[in-house]
Design a protein around this ligand. Structure first.
Ligand code: DHB
Ligand code: FE
Length: 280
């Protein structure tokens, strides 16, 4: 049977992708950010999974205000990097895993979570920047990826509680797939940031570090935090953090091993947070 081996959590700042693509990763501003992901790349080389289930949000790229699914699972064989206004990022095409994606859709929908099935979709920085941070700049991504898009752009966003329960349903789905696959689940976006309005530029280090601590030690309690607390404490785009609870909910119930933890401010307009948790 397939199993979830580990979960990875990371911010998805678009300027990080641009820094890599334009050869600026060594500049003094970016150097500390990429240094924080050196242990992660070494860990990934030693722990490359068979499939990544990548929870992220689309930023009105594949979807628009015309149509916004709350939860959407990518079931296609491939996903092209999206053109977000300045051409697609020069990164590899993302290979999907249609068989596992279809199995997860079947299991999770029958477990009462209404997923939108997506058979064609371009993927934006929300998905490609985490891949770049964890894998660098390879010719091809080293394993298939199932994109799982969550609406945190147009209100109402799903609650942390529902995201955590959805993670549990995803774990059950993976564990009932009849092939010995090692699956990682990634939760991306965040940490605190607000891109617009009078509070633009908001960063809340105390909130972010407490969130990291609770995600490790008390995820069920953390999942009860109402959405208004995310917005008040972590800014309007800080709500992206609910996606981390999907990945955490998919982990088993024993305390995880913390393989890596990193926090850095600033990177563009957001605090960069990053965790790797292994199932024990
Ligand atoms: C920034 C952060 C995001 O999460 C995003 O989607 C777009 C921009 C930023 O920090 O600039
Ligand atoms: Fe974002």
């Amino acid at each position: 049977m397939a199993r979830i081996t580990a979960s990875v959590y990371t911010s998805h700042v678009p300027a990080i992708g641009a820094a890599l693509d334009l050869g600026k990763a060594g500049e003094p501003y970016w150097q500390p950010v990429f240094k924080g992901y050196e242990p992660s790349k070494a860990w990934m080389r030693a722990n490359t999974p068979d499939v990544i289930f990548l929870v992220y949000n689309d930023h009105a790229t594949a979807f628009s205000l015309e149509m916004i699914p709350t939860f959407a699972i990518g079931c296609a064989a491939q996903f092209n990097p999206a053109d977000e206004g300045w051409g697609p990022r020069p990164v590899p095409v993302v290979a999907g895993h249609p068989e596992l994606a279809a199995h997860i859709a079947q299991s999770v929908i029958q477990d009462d979570f209404d997923l939108t099935i997506v058979n064609k979709m371009d993927v934006d920085h929300g998905l490609t920047v985490p891949l770049s941070l964890m894998f660098g700049q390879p010719e091809a991504w080293p394993c298939p990826v199932i994109p799982f898009a969550v609406n945190v752009v147009q209100y109402p966003a799903p609650s942390g509680r529902r995201c955590f329960a959805l993670g549990r349903a995803i774990r059950k789905a993976v564990e009932s797939f009849d092939a010995p696959l090692k699956v990682q689940i990634w939760g991306t976006g965040g940490m605190s940031h607000q891109l617009q309005g009078p509070r633009a530029g908001l960063i809340n280090k105390a909130f972010d570090t407490a969130f990291l601590d609770r995600l490790i030690a008390d995820p069920a309690g953390l999942s009860q935090m109402p959405h208004i607390d995310y917005v008040r404490e972590a800014g309007s785009e800080g709500i992206e953090l609910v996606m981390w609870l999907i990945a955490r909910g998919a982990m088993n119930d024993k305390p995880p091993r913390v393989a890596h933890c990193f926090y850095h401010v600033p990177a563009s307009n957001t605090a960069v947070g990053h965790l790797i948790l292994e199932n024990t």
